[in-house]
Design a protein around this ligand. Structure first.
Ligand code: HEC
Ligand code: HEC
Length: 353
């Protein structure tokens, strides 16, 4: 049987066609009917003039031949490109809606270098991006990416940017007359390097991916759950379920050399407590929020961000639990103090007898 099919060209052609169609249905049609592919990206805006100019440089220089710009909804890709840190499950990979204004798409198909779809979150520093484009090997010794230092010597072609906007408008990108008129002024004095850096930093930013720098610290925020008994109980459950105890200990007393005590009079290595919102920020954003809290903590950090695993409400419940635990210990130690005081008084009374 297995040998025979090769001697029947027509049957073979039909079977091959069926196999290809099944493959097409699985890899192309099936994703299209999955609802998470159709999440609308709220507030999607066309690229501002400078970023649009950068996109043109990206095309002209053929960056697309070494870099893709889509993170597929596969676990390995999500983890590799930091999507696992995104706050929303749907933000962990590229959404069709993010590319609504892209003409042409720059998804690419070759990854000589890493995917750049989330680059604005992964390396959000303009200084790093500029230095890397000028001389990749200075920052990544074994890189085989070409140097683009010459872009710093090229002025952005302002009339070309305005023309790009007009052309994109024809295919449905909502640039206004004001955008087109202002384009020249927006790119005045800028170089192609400025434009490319601005474009690279914009990648992935249409969606809140909450990666490095994505956690806003608002120390004035109050815990909406307060000291409610149900919140404390739920917080304790979440504490156990998320492995906090593995580092901080069952009762949050901390462990030497692993993780700090969360119920003492110190917070991140300095005397004095901080408000509930600081606890919230540390749990949500991990050690990366330390600079915003102004406390040194452990030299090389080590507290991971739980923002991708826990909803805000869950995090507040854990804060309720930690606060309760702390209050508990304070009363316990007061009661102990009182007891000691009482015993000492009794001893003194006895001595006098
Ligand atoms: C010959 C293939 C090649 C070309 C062409 C190329 N790159 Fe790269 N790129 C790489 C490789 C390999 C890396 C990984 C090593 C490194 O960081 O330098 C990389 C890294 C990067 C990174 C850092 C990604 C990260 O998160 O670490 C950025 C940003 C980048 N490239 C942008 C560009 C841009 C913009 C262009 C076009 C102007 C371009 N690349 C052209 C191969 C290439
Ligand atoms: C892998 C070990 C580890 C796990 C798991 C872990 N932490 Fe941490 N945590 C740390 C370390 C280390 C620090 C100190 C971080 C620093 O200084 O940068 C820390 C700091 C903190 C702080 C800052 C407060 C202080 O007093 O220093 C809070 C709050 C906190 N963790 C809560 C939690 C919660 C809640 C969980 C579970 C959801 C958790 N941690 C899971 C290791 C861990």
């Amino acid at each position: 049987m297995s040998g025979k099919i090769y001697s029947k060209p027509v049957t073979f052609a039909v079977m091959a066609t069926v196999a290809v169609l099944v493959g097409t249905a699985v890899t192309m049609a099936y994703p299209l009917v999955r609802p998470e592919m159709h999440v609308k990206v709220e507030g999607l805006k066309p690229l501002p003039a400078l970023e649009l100019a950068g996109r043109d440089v990206y095309q002209r220089e053929g960056c697309v031949s070494c870099h893709t710009q889509t993170v597929r909804p596969l676990k390995s890709e999500v983890v590799r490109y930091l999507g696992s840190r995104a706050q929303e499950p749907t933000a962990r990979y590229s959404l069709a809606g993010e590319f609504a204004y892209d003409h042409p798409f720059l998804w690419g198909s070759k990854r000589t270098g890493p995917d750049l779809a989330f680059e604005g979150w992964i390396k959000p520093s303009a200084d790093w991006q500029r230095a890397h484009l000028e001389n990749p090997q200075k920052l990544v010794a074994k890189s085989n990416m070409p140097a683009y230092a010459f872009l710093s010597g090229e002025k952005v072609d302002a009339p070309a940017v305005a023309a790009s906007m007009r052309a994109l408008r024809r295919v449905g990108v909502p640039y206004t007359d004001a955008d087109v008129t202002a384009a020249g002024a927006d790119v005045a004095g800028k170089t192609n390097m400025d434009a490319l850096v601005a474009y690279v930093l914009s990648l992935g930013k249409a969606v809140n991916r909450g990666a490095p720098g994505g956690v806003d610290v608002d120390l004035a925020a109050a815990n909406p759950l307060g000291a409610a008994v149900a919140a404390v109980a739920r917080g304790k459950q979440l504490w156990d379920a998320n492995g906090c105890a593995a580092c901080h200990g069952d009762e949050a007393h901390g462990q030497d050399g692993v993780a700090p005590n969360l119920v003492d009079e110190e917070f991140l290595g300095q005397k004095g407590d901080l408000p509930d919102a600081a606890y919230f920020a540390m749990i949500k954003g991990g050690s990366e929020v330390k600079p915003a809290l102004g406390r040194p903590g452990v030299a090389d950090g080590g507290m991971q961000a739980f923002g991708s695993d826990l909803k805000d409400e869950d995090i507040w419940a854990i804060v309720s639990f930690l606060r309760n635990q702390k209050g508990h210990e304070a009363t316990e130690s007061k009661a102990e103090e009182a007891k000691e005081h009482h015993e000492a008084a009794e001893r003194r009374a006895k001595d006098r007898k």
